[in-house]
Design a protein around this ligand. Structure first.
Ligand SMILES: [Zn+2]
Length: 368
Protein backbone atom coordinates (compact mmCIF):
# COMPACT_ATOMS: atom_id res chain seq x y z
CA UNK A 1 0.00 0.00 0.00
CA UNK A 2 1.28 3.47 -0.79
CA UNK A 3 1.76 5.97 1.98
CA UNK A 4 -1.06 8.11 0.57
CA UNK A 5 -3.57 5.25 0.44
CA UNK A 6 -2.60 4.32 3.98
CA UNK A 7 -3.27 7.88 5.14
CA UNK A 8 -6.69 7.97 3.55
CA UNK A 9 -7.57 4.60 5.15
CA UNK A 10 -6.86 5.98 8.63
CA UNK A 11 -8.70 9.24 7.90
CA UNK A 12 -11.74 7.22 6.81
CA UNK A 13 -11.51 4.84 9.77
CA UNK A 14 -11.46 7.73 12.25
CA UNK A 15 -14.29 9.57 10.45
CA UNK A 16 -16.40 6.43 10.56
CA UNK A 17 -15.88 6.02 14.32
CA UNK A 18 -16.69 9.71 14.91
CA UNK A 19 -19.86 9.63 12.78
CA UNK A 20 -21.12 6.44 14.45
CA UNK A 21 -20.51 7.92 17.90
CA UNK A 22 -22.40 11.11 17.01
CA UNK A 23 -25.32 9.16 15.54
CA UNK A 24 -25.51 7.06 18.71
CA UNK A 25 -25.60 10.25 20.90
CA UNK A 26 -22.34 9.24 22.57
CA UNK A 27 -20.76 11.51 25.17
CA UNK A 28 -17.35 9.79 25.04
CA UNK A 29 -15.30 7.68 22.67
CA UNK A 30 -12.69 5.33 24.18
CA UNK A 31 -9.86 3.98 22.03
CA UNK A 32 -8.25 1.29 24.12
CA UNK A 33 -5.22 -0.76 23.12
CA UNK A 34 -5.37 -4.34 24.40
CA UNK A 35 -2.87 -7.12 23.92
CA UNK A 36 -4.11 -8.26 20.48
CA UNK A 37 -6.81 -5.79 19.43
CA UNK A 38 -7.89 -2.20 19.87
CA UNK A 39 -11.28 -1.83 21.47
CA UNK A 40 -13.43 1.15 20.45
CA UNK A 41 -16.17 1.85 22.96
CA UNK A 42 -18.69 4.68 23.29
CA UNK A 43 -20.63 5.96 26.29
CA UNK A 44 -24.35 6.51 25.72
CA UNK A 45 -26.70 7.65 28.52
CA UNK A 46 -23.97 6.92 31.04
CA UNK A 47 -23.14 3.34 29.95
CA UNK A 48 -20.27 2.06 27.78
CA UNK A 49 -21.01 -0.01 24.67
CA UNK A 50 -18.56 -1.71 22.29
CA UNK A 51 -18.60 0.11 18.93
CA UNK A 52 -15.98 -2.02 17.17
CA UNK A 53 -12.82 -4.04 17.55
CA UNK A 54 -9.94 -2.94 15.35
CA UNK A 55 -6.85 -4.70 14.18
CA UNK A 56 -4.01 -3.82 16.55
CA UNK A 57 -1.84 -2.80 13.59
CA UNK A 58 -4.12 0.22 13.09
CA UNK A 59 -3.79 1.43 16.64
CA UNK A 60 -0.70 3.59 16.48
CA UNK A 61 -1.73 5.24 13.20
CA UNK A 62 -5.25 5.92 14.49
CA UNK A 63 -3.83 7.48 17.65
CA UNK A 64 -1.38 9.54 15.62
CA UNK A 65 -4.20 10.80 13.39
CA UNK A 66 -6.25 11.94 16.42
CA UNK A 67 -3.21 13.47 18.11
CA UNK A 68 -2.41 15.49 14.98
CA UNK A 69 -6.01 16.75 14.80
CA UNK A 70 -5.87 17.65 18.51
CA UNK A 71 -2.48 19.38 18.06
CA UNK A 72 -0.76 17.08 20.53
CA UNK A 73 2.91 16.14 20.37
CA UNK A 74 2.91 12.91 18.36
CA UNK A 75 6.51 12.12 19.32
CA UNK A 76 5.58 12.13 23.00
CA UNK A 77 4.02 8.80 24.01
CA UNK A 78 5.16 8.49 27.59
CA UNK A 79 3.24 11.25 29.35
CA UNK A 80 -0.49 12.11 29.36
CA UNK A 81 -1.55 14.97 27.08
CA UNK A 82 -4.78 16.81 26.47
CA UNK A 83 -6.13 18.88 23.61
CA UNK A 84 -9.21 19.68 21.57
CA UNK A 85 -10.63 18.47 18.30
CA UNK A 86 -13.80 19.04 16.23
CA UNK A 87 -15.72 16.15 14.68
CA UNK A 88 -18.85 15.90 12.54
CA UNK A 89 -21.14 13.50 10.73
CA UNK A 90 -19.28 14.45 7.55
CA UNK A 91 -15.52 14.97 7.25
CA UNK A 92 -15.93 18.55 5.98
CA UNK A 93 -18.60 19.47 8.56
CA UNK A 94 -16.78 19.19 11.85
CA UNK A 95 -19.03 21.18 14.18
CA UNK A 96 -18.90 19.25 17.45
CA UNK A 97 -16.19 20.33 19.86
CA UNK A 98 -14.40 17.60 21.78
CA UNK A 99 -11.77 17.28 24.48
CA UNK A 100 -9.07 14.74 23.76
CA UNK A 101 -6.84 13.09 26.34
CA UNK A 102 -4.07 10.56 25.88
CA UNK A 103 -2.65 8.21 28.49
CA UNK A 104 0.18 5.69 28.16
CA UNK A 105 -1.10 2.24 29.19
CA UNK A 106 0.42 -1.24 29.21
CA UNK A 107 -0.38 -1.99 25.55
CA UNK A 108 -0.06 1.50 24.09
CA UNK A 109 -1.61 4.93 24.30
CA UNK A 110 -5.27 5.06 25.26
CA UNK A 111 -7.28 7.99 23.87
CA UNK A 112 -10.56 9.30 25.25
CA UNK A 113 -12.55 11.85 23.26
CA UNK A 114 -15.29 13.67 25.17
CA UNK A 115 -17.96 15.14 22.91
CA UNK A 116 -19.10 18.50 24.25
CA UNK A 117 -22.78 19.38 23.92
CA UNK A 118 -23.35 22.14 21.40
CA UNK A 119 -27.10 22.46 20.99
CA UNK A 120 -28.26 25.63 22.73
CA UNK A 121 -31.95 24.70 22.68
CA UNK A 122 -31.04 21.95 25.15
CA UNK A 123 -30.03 24.66 27.60
CA UNK A 124 -33.61 25.83 28.25
CA UNK A 125 -34.46 25.75 31.98
CA UNK A 126 -37.54 23.61 31.38
CA UNK A 127 -35.38 20.86 29.83
CA UNK A 128 -33.48 20.11 33.05
CA UNK A 129 -36.10 17.74 34.48
CA UNK A 130 -37.12 20.10 37.30
CA UNK A 131 -40.68 19.51 38.53
CA UNK A 132 -42.87 22.64 38.10
CA UNK A 133 -42.55 23.88 41.73
CA UNK A 134 -38.78 23.23 41.62
CA UNK A 135 -38.46 25.14 38.35
CA UNK A 136 -40.23 28.13 39.94
CA UNK A 137 -37.90 28.02 42.98
CA UNK A 138 -34.75 27.74 40.86
CA UNK A 139 -35.82 30.50 38.52
CA UNK A 140 -36.64 32.85 41.41
CA UNK A 141 -33.22 32.15 42.96
CA UNK A 142 -31.17 32.87 39.83
CA UNK A 143 -33.15 35.99 39.00
CA UNK A 144 -32.09 37.66 42.27
CA UNK A 145 -29.57 40.48 41.70
CA UNK A 146 -26.97 39.07 44.09
CA UNK A 147 -26.22 36.16 46.37
CA UNK A 148 -25.16 32.54 46.04
CA UNK A 149 -26.87 29.64 44.23
CA UNK A 150 -25.26 26.19 44.62
CA UNK A 151 -25.79 23.04 42.56
CA UNK A 152 -24.58 19.78 44.14
CA UNK A 153 -24.06 16.20 43.06
CA UNK A 154 -21.38 13.64 42.22
CA UNK A 155 -19.32 13.64 39.00
CA UNK A 156 -21.49 13.00 35.94
CA UNK A 157 -24.74 14.16 37.56
CA UNK A 158 -25.19 17.03 35.11
CA UNK A 159 -24.30 19.93 37.46
CA UNK A 160 -22.31 21.81 34.86
CA UNK A 161 -25.13 21.53 32.33
CA UNK A 162 -27.49 23.02 34.91
CA UNK A 163 -25.14 25.98 35.50
CA UNK A 164 -24.89 26.54 31.74
CA UNK A 165 -28.70 26.54 31.54
CA UNK A 166 -28.82 29.13 34.34
CA UNK A 167 -26.23 31.30 32.55
CA UNK A 168 -28.07 30.90 29.25
CA UNK A 169 -31.30 32.04 30.93
CA UNK A 170 -29.56 35.12 32.39
CA UNK A 171 -27.58 35.95 29.26
CA UNK A 172 -28.72 39.33 28.00
CA UNK A 173 -27.00 42.57 27.12
CA UNK A 174 -27.71 44.40 30.37
CA UNK A 175 -25.47 42.16 32.47
CA UNK A 176 -21.77 41.38 32.51
CA UNK A 177 -21.58 37.59 32.76
CA UNK A 178 -18.36 35.74 33.36
CA UNK A 179 -17.35 32.21 34.17
CA UNK A 180 -14.36 30.26 35.43
CA UNK A 181 -14.33 26.73 34.15
CA UNK A 182 -12.20 23.62 34.16
CA UNK A 183 -12.44 23.16 31.22
CA UNK A 184 -14.75 25.35 29.14
CA UNK A 185 -17.30 22.76 27.96
CA UNK A 186 -19.84 24.83 26.05
CA UNK A 187 -19.00 28.12 24.37
CA UNK A 188 -21.67 30.67 25.25
CA UNK A 189 -21.75 33.86 23.17
CA UNK A 190 -22.02 36.88 25.47
CA UNK A 191 -20.34 35.19 28.45
CA UNK A 192 -16.70 36.01 29.28
CA UNK A 193 -15.42 32.49 29.81
CA UNK A 194 -12.03 31.93 31.44
CA UNK A 195 -10.37 28.52 31.53
CA UNK A 196 -8.57 27.21 34.63
CA UNK A 197 -4.90 26.85 33.67
CA UNK A 198 -2.80 26.35 36.78
CA UNK A 199 0.39 25.87 34.74
CA UNK A 200 -0.06 29.42 33.45
CA UNK A 201 -0.78 30.67 36.97
CA UNK A 202 -4.53 30.80 36.33
CA UNK A 203 -5.96 29.02 39.35
CA UNK A 204 -9.50 29.65 40.59
CA UNK A 205 -8.62 32.28 43.24
CA UNK A 206 -6.42 34.25 40.80
CA UNK A 207 -9.15 34.28 38.16
CA UNK A 208 -11.89 35.23 40.66
CA UNK A 209 -9.82 38.19 41.93
CA UNK A 210 -9.19 39.36 38.35
CA UNK A 211 -12.86 39.00 37.38
CA UNK A 212 -13.98 40.96 40.44
CA UNK A 213 -11.94 43.90 39.11
CA UNK A 214 -13.89 43.72 35.83
CA UNK A 215 -17.27 44.94 37.11
CA UNK A 216 -19.14 41.61 36.90
CA UNK A 217 -22.87 41.18 37.55
CA UNK A 218 -23.09 37.40 37.37
CA UNK A 219 -20.25 34.92 37.96
CA UNK A 220 -20.24 31.20 37.38
CA UNK A 221 -17.49 29.49 39.36
CA UNK A 222 -17.13 25.97 37.97
CA UNK A 223 -16.57 24.22 41.29
CA UNK A 224 -15.72 25.16 44.88
CA UNK A 225 -12.81 22.83 45.69
CA UNK A 226 -10.60 24.63 48.18
CA UNK A 227 -10.67 27.11 50.99
CA UNK A 228 -9.42 30.10 48.97
CA UNK A 229 -12.08 29.54 46.29
CA UNK A 230 -14.79 29.10 48.95
CA UNK A 231 -13.84 32.35 50.70
CA UNK A 232 -13.69 34.37 47.47
CA UNK A 233 -17.02 32.89 46.31
CA UNK A 234 -18.73 33.99 49.53
CA UNK A 235 -17.05 37.39 49.33
CA UNK A 236 -18.25 37.91 45.75
CA UNK A 237 -21.80 36.84 46.65
CA UNK A 238 -21.81 39.22 49.64
CA UNK A 239 -20.68 42.23 47.63
CA UNK A 240 -23.43 42.66 45.08
CA UNK A 241 -22.81 39.84 42.60
CA UNK A 242 -24.90 36.83 41.72
CA UNK A 243 -22.63 33.78 42.02
CA UNK A 244 -23.49 30.34 40.64
CA UNK A 245 -21.32 27.38 41.58
CA UNK A 246 -21.19 23.63 42.18
CA UNK A 247 -20.07 21.42 45.03
CA UNK A 248 -19.25 17.74 44.99
CA UNK A 249 -21.70 16.48 47.64
CA UNK A 250 -24.40 13.79 47.66
CA UNK A 251 -27.34 16.06 48.48
CA UNK A 252 -28.16 19.76 48.67
CA UNK A 253 -27.76 20.29 52.41
CA UNK A 254 -24.47 18.36 52.33
CA UNK A 255 -23.06 21.57 50.82
CA UNK A 256 -23.34 23.25 54.21
CA UNK A 257 -21.06 20.67 55.86
CA UNK A 258 -18.62 20.87 52.98
CA UNK A 259 -18.42 24.67 53.14
CA UNK A 260 -17.96 24.51 56.90
CA UNK A 261 -14.97 22.20 56.36
CA UNK A 262 -13.62 24.80 53.94
CA UNK A 263 -13.71 27.40 56.69
CA UNK A 264 -16.97 29.22 55.91
CA UNK A 265 -18.89 30.19 59.06
CA UNK A 266 -22.68 30.12 59.36
CA UNK A 267 -22.98 33.89 59.58
CA UNK A 268 -21.17 34.45 56.28
CA UNK A 269 -23.01 31.65 54.49
CA UNK A 270 -26.51 32.57 55.67
CA UNK A 271 -25.90 36.20 54.66
CA UNK A 272 -25.68 35.34 50.97
CA UNK A 273 -26.97 31.79 50.24
CA UNK A 274 -30.30 31.81 48.33
CA UNK A 275 -30.76 28.31 47.06
CA UNK A 276 -29.24 24.83 47.24
CA UNK A 277 -29.96 22.09 44.80
CA UNK A 278 -28.74 18.59 44.08
CA UNK A 279 -29.29 16.30 41.14
CA UNK A 280 -28.78 12.97 39.39
CA UNK A 281 -29.21 11.81 35.81
CA UNK A 282 -31.39 8.71 35.50
CA UNK A 283 -31.87 6.66 32.31
CA UNK A 284 -35.24 7.39 30.71
CA UNK A 285 -37.58 4.60 29.68
CA UNK A 286 -37.79 4.62 25.86
CA UNK A 287 -40.82 6.73 24.91
CA UNK A 288 -41.28 4.80 21.68
CA UNK A 289 -41.64 1.26 23.07
CA UNK A 290 -41.85 1.82 26.86
CA UNK A 291 -38.94 -0.60 27.09
CA UNK A 292 -41.08 -3.44 25.76
CA UNK A 293 -39.87 -3.99 22.20
CA UNK A 294 -36.58 -5.71 21.43
CA UNK A 295 -36.82 -4.48 17.84
CA UNK A 296 -37.49 -0.84 18.75
CA UNK A 297 -35.86 1.50 16.21
CA UNK A 298 -35.36 4.29 18.73
CA UNK A 299 -33.68 2.51 21.65
CA UNK A 300 -32.39 -0.46 19.60
CA UNK A 301 -33.86 -2.81 22.18
CA UNK A 302 -32.05 -1.20 25.12
CA UNK A 303 -35.35 -0.12 26.62
CA UNK A 304 -33.87 3.28 27.52
CA UNK A 305 -33.35 6.45 25.53
CA UNK A 306 -31.80 9.60 26.97
CA UNK A 307 -31.56 10.61 30.60
CA UNK A 308 -33.80 12.61 32.91
CA UNK A 309 -32.54 15.02 35.57
CA UNK A 310 -33.87 14.31 39.07
CA UNK A 311 -33.54 17.29 41.39
CA UNK A 312 -33.84 18.51 44.92
CA UNK A 313 -34.26 22.30 45.19
CA UNK A 314 -34.16 23.96 48.60
CA UNK A 315 -34.56 27.71 48.96
CA UNK A 316 -32.38 28.78 51.85
CA UNK A 317 -34.49 31.37 53.66
CA UNK A 318 -36.90 31.88 56.53
CA UNK A 319 -37.22 29.03 59.03
CA UNK A 320 -34.48 26.94 57.45
CA UNK A 321 -31.93 29.73 57.49
CA UNK A 322 -32.90 30.65 61.07
CA UNK A 323 -32.54 27.04 62.22
CA UNK A 324 -29.12 26.89 60.58
CA UNK A 325 -27.95 30.08 62.30
CA UNK A 326 -29.28 28.73 65.61
CA UNK A 327 -26.96 25.73 65.23
CA UNK A 328 -29.25 23.00 63.79
CA UNK A 329 -27.35 19.98 62.45
CA UNK A 330 -27.45 19.13 58.75
CA UNK A 331 -29.64 16.13 59.56
CA UNK A 332 -32.12 18.38 61.40
CA UNK A 333 -32.11 20.78 58.43
CA UNK A 334 -32.89 17.88 56.07
CA UNK A 335 -35.91 16.94 58.20
CA UNK A 336 -37.03 20.55 58.33
CA UNK A 337 -36.74 20.93 54.54
CA UNK A 338 -38.96 17.86 54.10
CA UNK A 339 -41.45 19.24 56.66
CA UNK A 340 -41.53 22.47 54.64
CA UNK A 341 -42.64 20.42 51.64
CA UNK A 342 -39.38 20.43 49.65
CA UNK A 343 -38.92 17.18 47.76
CA UNK A 344 -35.66 15.31 48.26
CA UNK A 345 -34.02 13.34 45.41
CA UNK A 346 -35.93 10.15 46.23
CA UNK A 347 -39.39 11.73 46.47
CA UNK A 348 -38.82 13.84 43.34
CA UNK A 349 -37.62 10.71 41.51
CA UNK A 350 -40.64 8.66 42.62
CA UNK A 351 -42.95 11.26 41.04
CA UNK A 352 -41.16 10.64 37.73
CA UNK A 353 -41.44 6.86 38.31
CA UNK A 354 -45.22 7.22 38.75
CA UNK A 355 -45.36 9.23 35.54
CA UNK A 356 -43.72 6.31 33.76
CA UNK A 357 -40.61 8.26 32.71
CA UNK A 358 -38.02 6.28 34.68
CA UNK A 359 -37.94 2.96 36.49
CA UNK A 360 -37.65 2.65 40.24
CA UNK A 361 -34.66 0.34 39.80
CA UNK A 362 -32.72 2.94 37.78
CA UNK A 363 -33.67 5.66 40.28
CA UNK A 364 -32.26 3.66 43.21
CA UNK A 365 -29.09 2.92 41.25
CA UNK A 366 -28.38 6.63 41.07
CA UNK A 367 -29.37 7.79 44.55
CA UNK A 368 -28.41 4.90 46.80
ZN1 LIG B 1 -37.60 1.60 22.48
Amino acid sequence: MTLLADDSLIIRAWQEIAAKAISARATDIHIEPQEHITLIRIRVDGYLHVLSKQNKSLHERLVTRIKILARLDIAEQRIPQDGRVCIGLELNQADIHCRVSSLPTLFGEKIVIRLLPSNLTELALDQLGLLPPQLALAQAAIEKPHGLVLVCGPTGSGKTRTLYSFLHHLNHLRSNLCSIEDPIEIRLAGVNQVAYQPKAGLDFPTIIRALLRQDPDIMMIGEIRDQATAELTIQAAQTGHLVLSTLHTQDALGAIDRLQHLGINSEALSSCLHCLSAQRLVRRICSNCQGKNNNCELCLGNGFFGRLGIHEVIPFAGDLSQAYCAGASTQQLRQQALALGHLNLLSAGLIQVHQGLISEFELHRQIQ
